[in-house]
Design a protein around this ligand. Structure first.
Ligand SMILES: Cc1cc2nc3c(=O)[nH]c(=O)nc-3n(C[C@H](O)[C@H](O)[C@H](O)COP(=O)(O)O)c2cc1C
Ligand SMILES: Nc1ncnc2c1ncn2[C@@H]1O[C@H](COP(=O)(O)OP(=O)(O)OP(=O)(O)O)[C@@H](O)[C@H]1O
Length: 318
């Protein structure tokens, strides 16, 4: 896959393409439908497939000193588009000047990028003050527009990145996973913790340092998996401040079941299946240990309901 970082003022010489367009945070089931349509249309037209993304998020224009978390930070999104089989990724640099383009300027830009057909949701908005819509796109005649009706969850609510983000932040992982179509995960590197897990509790934990700003599930204990290379290991994951010990910073740690390899420095992902319980302050280390043993059993029961092979990855959904 070829990646172009694009300033709208300097469009390089680009091939003709069939492109989808949007932010695509999370690459949820609605986005996957767009990707699938893009790949099919590109094949029919014998053209390369493309995806046009905007980065950074518009929110950062108004909060320049703050970083924004994502379901799929841009590096992860790039890897997912590559795996999906998209030929070219256009990352449009989102600036105040870019945001101020009229919808006519925006059409000119797509034309200059040699987009032959554009795949988007019927509720896609773009250009200054969101003045561009599916109606303005269809009113221009140079680029074919393929509009996709919103994919709904339970015929009630549109699947969207913001809906999924709220679910993750509330710990409603099963709902989020249903809209994503795959297990929500956070990627990072295993770092040293305080070693209380192995030395005091006898339940060793691997502490994750995320490699970008991921949206974190609510504080609490989760059943899930750790992915190392291409293997998935059942795990119980805790996100929180370890109140029994009074930590001052939030940690993301997992006890991987029936596992005793050294993980320090290893690149892994933690995958979330279901919240088990809130994080508690226990009166004694013994009480915490008893609870952790119970959590191991609960994790086994939850994971036994669905085998790892029955979980989809984004790519085999397409
Ligand atoms: C599944 C799981 C659940 C946990 N639940 C709690 C909890 O409810 N309260 C708490 O204070 N710590 C909880 N912990 C965190 C332990 O206190 C923590 O693993 C221990 O302090 C080791 O930290 P260390 O890796 O920095 O040494 C939990 C850890 C795991 C893996
Ligand atoms: N549920 C859906 N079904 C079909 N297409 C969708 C769906 N959600 C988004 N799209 C389309 O996918 C593209 C990328 O969507 P985008 O990431 O901009 O919006 P979103 O998923 O609705 O997120 P947000 O909650 O941030 O608005 C757009 O063309 C959009 O119209």
């Amino acid at each position: 896959m070829q990646i172009y970082s694009i300033e709208f003022t300097k469009i390089p010489d680009l091939p003709k393409t069939v492109c989808c367009i949007g932010f695509f945070d999370g690459l949820h089931k609605g986005h996957q439908l767009l990707l699938k349509t893009t790949l099919e249309e590109a094949r029919k037209k014998h053209l390369p497939s493309g995806a046009i993304l905007f980065d950074p998020d518009p929110w950062t224009l108004f909060h320049p000193d703050e970083e924004m978390d994502h379901l799929t930070p841009i590096e992860k999104r790039e890897a997912m588009f590559q795996e999906a089989g998209i030929d070219i990724l256009y990352i449009m640099h989102f600036t105040k000047e870019f945001a101020a383009l009229t919808y006519e300027d925006f059409h000119e830009l797509l034309f200059d990028m040699h987009v032959q057909a554009l795949v988007c949701g019927t509720d896609f908005h773009y250009a200054s003050h969101n003045s561009g819509s599916i109606h303005t796109l269809k009113a221009q005649e140079r680029i074919e527009i393929i509009a996709i009706d919103p994919l709904m969850e339970d015929q009630i609510e549109k699947i969207s990145s913001s809906k999924i983000e709220k679910e993750i932040e509330a710990g409603r992982i099963e709902e989020a996973n249903a809209s994503l179509g795959y297990m929500y995960s956070i990627d990072g590197t295993i770092r040293h913790g305080f070693q209380r897990g192995s030395k005091i509790l006898n339940i060793p934990t691997a502490n994750l340092e995320p490699d970008s700003l991921f949206t974190l599930p609510a504080i609490g204990v989760y059943a899930g998996y750790m992915k190392l290379k291409n293997s998935y290991y059942p795990a119980m994951i805790n996100i929180g401040f370890n109140p029994t010990f009074g930590n001052t910073h939030k940690s993301i740690e997992a006890h991987v079941l029936d596992f005793d390899q050294d993980l320090y420095g290893k690149k892994v992902s933690f995958l979330f299946v279901q919240k088990i319980r809130p994080e508690h302050k226990f009166d004694s280390i013994e009480a915490l240990k008893t609870q952790l043993k119970q959590d191991i059993e609960t994790t086994r029961q939850i994971l036994a309901k669905k085998s790892i092979q029955d979980w989809s990855s984004v790519i085999n959904l397409l």
